[in-house]
Design a protein around this ligand. Structure first.
Ligand SMILES: [Zn+2]
Ligand SMILES: [Zn+2]
Length: 756
């Protein structure tokens, strides 16, 4: 067998530091780069990652996790000033990230171009922006043969995501910056459903524990209030985007509750503010329930009642600084230059004033330096001034703290954990803490903390996973069993099959491929039946030729009760059958989570009673076939759900919460929401409408597939009538497709680990 391939991980930045995130992954001749940021403590070329160390024309994909400058601001330089464009590399980020990246970069270029060390021109930036491919969370994106990835929500800031990357079957999860605490506007980071081989995770806070959100907010608003009471000015250095929105939500609410503050202005000093608010309003549906429910009640939380923009005139800082007490959110957060720095210098000598550092301050920046509360301070002009204003640090930065990070790392269960985006000390403390946690439990997990340019080479003990198909999959192997067969390698994936099955696999004759999938399940057979009937209408139930209890779903997929806590799905492969099998599988594996299951389980007595009298009392069943339309819609929704996640059913004038099908379907529609876009499917004429063309096309394609499948089910399903050559080609495809879906189900016992 070929020698064990190695994954190389090279940090061009953010290796034992925070800033200029840039992580290079190389495996089997493919190269993926995650993030391309600058280091805020440096300027010009020195702020870039070590980009000369990589031949950028070899990069297949460059993935940006979020719009923060330390993750995205070097992108323009890479696409426009290196040989990146000589290759086939593509650049991806989510829709909101792309929208906000544009504003961030305009601001960045404006600030940079005033100095001599501008890295690129506004034109370069425009060119770079044009090449970004916007994507949505949960979308499976195939970059090229061998590479695919899926973004998952990361919390942190609007649009931030982590990437689950698959290179020839090797799975790497790169988190970027992430948070596991739901705040006022964002959802918390998700845990991807697939266990990766390698986890590359931020370690900003090391083993530090952050205070709970409520406590933190209370301390923050009390502090602001007390500075105002002592007739001082409050300076909140923040970035224009991201955490500033969270602070504005907190302050606006606090002001509303405290009429004594109504004559105290809160200024949001950012030229970007207005433009970016539009982006925030556009992506409200990607935020959490708090924001969405307020928005639904026409209470747009981002229309602030007590926040004013500063006058767009030169020298406003001085005017405000000399005026009555106020609160100012001013950028940049690190106070190197700009409004926040200017206000700080104006307010520093007066002890009534206060500065509150609300974000994570990167080493080497003024925001970090003043946290030691120095007696005096050197201004940008070189004068030394006393520092009398109070300095406080209440972190609203949305990064995980120690316990959240440790819990995430342990849940993800990767064999290798690579810590990035953390200062050396924080990182090594986290490594020590994690290592001892794993040692206690006697688990072999490797924790790495590579420095910049120190290439980490990870091998995976030569393990290969081969998917057994056909006759071999019939067997029920136990640990230690040895299976022999033909190992077929294709694009680094392996399939093990019985030589007698070769005919089928190679498609030399007309062939029927029988697919099998085993599922381990913690619920009873009756509950499975109840759910299947709820979804597919009546189910044929009986014994198969071996006497195994079997239910047949839509006349196509057999669900067999092969052992206690074990079901086996069996079906003949074809495009529509595979879809039904997929949906059956999704339904069965989702049973544990279904609220209806709980209801039924606690009420099993009345359930069996219902059975004794036939199907009439089944809440979803369609005993007399009168509402076949309802079943058709349910099936349609099911297919759409398999592709797009939750689907909403909408009735004109119906209560928003009521998703039950009404008597009259006229004007009803199904709503598909994909991250920041939505598409509506009219159930009257089955047309799709959406403002987003890409989503519209995807929904139309799936709808088409779904309709074909559903209509083919209503006719007697006849297979093997088409021409032999076609059939063979089709069947072979499905062997691959089937194998893939097996791989994704951890419980599937058809996956055998073959040690090379
Ligand atoms: Zn960030
Ligand atoms: Zn960061």
């Amino acid at each position: 067998m070929a020698e064990t391939p190695t994954l190389s991980v090279t940090m061009l930045g953010a290796g034992q530091e925070v800033g200029r995130s840039c992580c290079v992954l190389q495996y089997r001749g493919k190269t993926i780069v995650c993030d391309a940021g600058v280091h805020p403590a440096y300027s010009g070329m020195a702020s870039l990652p070590f980009i000369d160390e990589l031949d950028w024309s070899t990069v297949d994909a460059l993935l940006i996790t979020h719009f923060h400058l330390d993750h995205a601001a070097a992108l323009t330089y890479i696409t426009e000033k290196t040989n990146f464009r000589d290759g086939k590399g593509k650049v991806y980020m989510t829709h909101p990230t792309k929208a906000l990246h544009k504003f961030m970069m305009q601001d960045y270029v404006r600030m940079g171009s005033s100095t001599s060390d501008a890295l690129f021109s506004p034109l370069d930036m425009t060119m770079s922006l044009a090449s970004i491919i916007p994507i949505s969370a949960h979308q499976l994106i195939t970059v090229c043969p061998g590479i695919s990835f899926t973004p998952y929500h990361a919390g942190h800031v609007l649009g931030a995501c982590m990437f689950l990357i698959d290179i020839y079957g090797l799975k790497i999860l790169y988190t970027g910056d992430y948070s596991r605490e739901e705040d006022r506007h964002l959802v918390k980071a998700e845990i991807p459903p697939i266990r990766p081989d390698v986890l590359i995770v931020e370690s900003t806070f090391g083993v530090h524990t952050l205070e709970a959100r409520e406590e933190k907010e209370l301390r923050f608003t009390n502090l602001v209030h007390s500075i105002i009471r002592r007739n001082g000015h409050v300076l909140l250095p923040t970035f224009a985007l991201g955490r500033a929105q969270e602070l504005l939500l907190i302050l606006d609410e606090y002001w509303r509750k405290h009429p004594d503050l109504h004559n105290i202005p809160i200024y949001y000093a950012s030229g970007l503010a207005r433009k970016c608010m539009a982006v925030y309003q556009t992506y409200i549906h990607t935020m959490n329930n708090n924001i969405r429910s307020r928005f639904a009640k026409r209470d747009n939380p981002f229309v602030f009642k007590h926040i004013s923009n500063v006058p767009q005139t030169r020298g406003w800082e001085k005017k405000i600084a000399e005026g009555p007490p106020c609160v100012v959110l001013a950028s940049p957060g690190f106070m190197q230059v700009g409004p926040s720095r200017e206000l700080f210098e104006l307010w520093a000598p007066d002890s009534r004033n206060g500065v509150i550092i609300t974000g994570y301050s990167i080493e080497g920046t003024p925001a970090r330096d003043i946290m030691t509360e120095p007696e005096d301070f050197v201004t940008l002009k070189g004068a030394t001034i006393p520092r009398k204003l109070s300095v406080d640090d209440i972190s609203f930065s949305a990064h995980v703290d120690y316990s959240q990070n440790a819990e995430f790392i342990e849940t993800v269960k990767a064999q290798h954990v690579v810590l990035v985006h953390g200062e050396q000390a924080a990182m090594s403390r986290l490594r020590a803490a994690m290592t001892s946690r794993y040692k206690e439990r006697d688990e072999d997990v490797k924790i790495h903390t590579p420095r910049n340019l120190e290439t980490l080479r990870l091998s995976f003990r030569g393990e290969r996973v081969a998917k057994a198909i056909g006759t071999l999959a019939d067997a029920h192997p136990k640990t230690g069993d040895i299976l022999s067969g033909l190992l077929v390698a294709k694009d680094y994936s392996y399939t093990l099959l019985d030589p007698r099955d070769l005919r089928d696999f190679a498609g030399l004759t007309t062939c029927t491929v029988t697919q099998r999938q085993k599922i381990i399940l913690g619920v009873g057979w009756n509950l499975v039946k109840w759910h299947l009937e709820g979804m597919y209408g009546s189910i044929d139930e009986g014994l198969d030729k071996d006497g195994v209890p079997t239910m047949r779903v839509m006349g196509v997929v057999d669900v067999k009760y092969t052992a206690e806590h074990e079901l086996t799905l069996e079906w003949e492969s074809s495009s529509s059958n595979d879809m039904i099998a997929d949906s059956t599988l999704a339904l069965i594996t989702g049973i544990d989570k279904s609220p209806a299951s709980v209801k039924l389980t606690t009420n099993s007595h009345s359930h069996s009673h219902a059975h004794a009298h036939g199907e009439q009392s089944h809440p979803h069943a369609d005993p007399d076939g009168k509402s076949s339309e309802r079943i058709r819609i349910a099936r349609l929704a099911m297919f759409l759900e398999a592709h797009f996640g939750e689907i909403e059913f909408h009735m004109p004038d119906a209560d928003d919460d009521d998703h039950e099908l009404g008597e009259d379907e006229h004007g009803a529609s199904l709503l598909v929401r994909l991250d920041e876009a939505e598409a509506q499917i009219s159930l009257v004429n089955l047309t799709v409408s959406s403002a987003n063309d890409v989503l519209k096309k995807r929904v139309e394609a799936v709808l088409d597939m779904a309709l074909t499948t559903i209509s083919s089910l209503s006719e007697a399903f006849v297979s093997g009538t088409s021409d032999v050559a076609d059939d063979a080609a089709l069947s072979k495809d499905h062997v691959d497709a089937g194998a893939e879906s097996m791989e994704e189900t951890e419980d599937s016992e058809a996956i055998l680990e073959v040690i090379a």
